[in-house]
Write a protein that binds this ligand. Structure first.
Ligand SMILES: Nc1ncnc2c1ncn2[C@@H]1O[C@H](COP(=O)(O)OP(=O)(O)O)[C@@H](O)[C@H]1O
Ligand SMILES: [Mg+2]
Length: 306
């Protein structure tokens, strides 16, 4: 649904985006994750045909950026970093206004407004001025506005960054609902937790695309998988009995806990447990360790200083 080849943009000689090669599948939530200045907004604006690439190619919804911009614009919705709603207008008036800009007929507009206010649970409050809505409601309304013409692809640029945690949750739940409607969502965020919770795949960006994968695979690639064994007491003998296995890639001891890095914990854990028990160990619990996406991210972004 989105495809780029060597896409690049520079501003006055400064490369904001370099050699971007990306594929986003239909119906996917793709998180574009990176620190401030990584080039997320610039990429979004190129894909949404708001600015022209310096070089490279991109296709969105099957059409070529630069050559078929009108076709693309008709099929995408975009939430920019500062969503402008008219505070004095009601929710329904806001949506109707933008529906007209999208070129919807009166009856199409009425249907779209009703549908989206319903999705937002705002139909009852449709005639109230937006000024009285919570931040989360306003942001949902701004996203709904980007959906009025029923786009296949929706670009959301940091949809929760200006929101408090409660409002952010409202918006995240709404984004998850959009996926259920089969839309493709390109979600720019610097929030790891958000990417982890919502996205099918994550592209880590810092001028260049550093990695693309699922959150789970990103964790695994960087850290392997590890199990954590909690014991009544850990002795040097216990550590040695685990180290003796060829398949143990690493072992760390912390008080009465052992972290053991393994390729295939399901297959290898029983042998380790047996060895520890034979060495007199009293095991209290065994579980798989989950690295936070934050560690993964800092590792990736930190290793790629531009
Ligand atoms: N219109 C512009 N003119 C000049 N430089 C820009 C412009 N837009 C973005 N940049 C620069 O491009 C880089 C990437 O910015 P941006 O795409 O906004 O990053 P992000 O959205 O990931 O925070 C930054 O260094 C920024 O200063
Ligand atoms: Mg940005």
């Amino acid at each position: 649904m989105i495809e780029t080849h060597g896409l690049a943009k520079s501003f006055d000689g400064n490369q904001a985006v370099q050699d971007l090669n990306l594929q986003v599948k239909p119906g996917e939530i793709f998180a574009f994750l990176g620190p401030n200045g990584a080039g997320k907004t610039t990429t979004t604006r190129m894909l949404a045909c708001l600015i022209a690439p310096t070089s490279g190619e991109a296709r969105v919804a099957g059409y070529q950026v630069g050559r078929e911009n009108d076709e693309i614009r008709a099929r995408i919705g975009i939430l920019t970093e500062s969503p402008g709603l008219y505070e004095k207008l009601s929710a329904a008036q806001n949506l109707a206004f933008f529906a007209r800009l999208y070129g919807l007929s009166n009856s199409e507009s009425a249907d779209a407004v009703k549908k989206h206010l319903g999705m937002l649970s705002l139909w009852e409050r449709r005639d109230e001025a937006v000024a009285g809505f919570s931040k989360g409601m306003k942001q949902k309304l701004a996203i709904a506005r980007a959906l009025l013409h029923n786009p296949k692809v929706i670009f959301l640029d940091e949809p929760t960054s200006a929101l408090d945690p409660e409002a952010a949750k409202i918006v995240r739940d709404f984004i998850a609902e959009l996926k259920n409607e089969g839309r493709t969502i390109f979600l720019c965020t610097h929030n790891l937790d958000e990417a982890d919770r919502l996205a099918d795949r994550i592209g880590v960006m810092k001028q260049r695309l550093v990695q693309v994968d699922t959150a789970e695979n990103l964790r695994r690639k960087l850290y392997g998988r590890s199990i954590v064994i909690r014991m009544r007491q850990v002795s040097e003998t216990h550590v040695k009995s685990v180290k003796a296995f060829d398949f143990v890639k690493g072992i760390e001891r912390e008080e009465n806990q052992l972290s053991v890095v393994l390729d295939d914990p399901d297959a290898m854990t029983p042998a380790i447990v047996r060895a520890l028990v034979n060495a007199g160990g009293e095991i209290q619990s065994v579980g798989e360790e989950k690295h936070s996406l934050e560690e993964v991210y800092l590792n990736l972004v930190g290793n790629n200083k531009g």
